[in-house]
Design a protein. Structure first.
Length: 103
């Protein structure tokens, strides 16, 4: 992870306190990123930094029974597909129970 765990955990609580966990916010962010990339305003390294920040945030709440790094890798792979705007992701329950995400 690029951000220290303590900093990421602090950010997690700050974002939670603001109420930015809503699906509508997440969908809007994904669509905004897709549109900015299509308009050539957002390059691949910038998009990767955004996905990394999201994966860091999600992995803070990883179930204890799952390796944090494996969980984060699976989240990152799902984010790659989500931000591509082309592939279905399947159920998030696969992540909750530690199953491998479909490629």
């Amino acid at each position: 992870m690029n951000t220290s765990y303590e900093k990421q955990k602090k950010l997690h609580f700050e974002v939670t306190n603001v109420g930015l966990r809503a699906h509508a916010t997440a969908v809007g962010l994904v669509q905004l990123c897709i549109e900015l990339q299509r308009a050539k305003v957002l390059d691949e390294p910038a998009l990767d930094r955004i996905k990394t920040a999201i994966a860091d945030e999600v992995s803070v709440a990883a179930p204890r029974a799952i390796s944090c790094m494996d969980y984060r890798r699976d989240i990152k792979a799902r984010l790659d597909r989500l931000f591509a705007g082309e592939q279905e992701l399947g159920s998030a329950e696969a992540l909750a129970f530690g199953a491998k995400a479909e490629a």
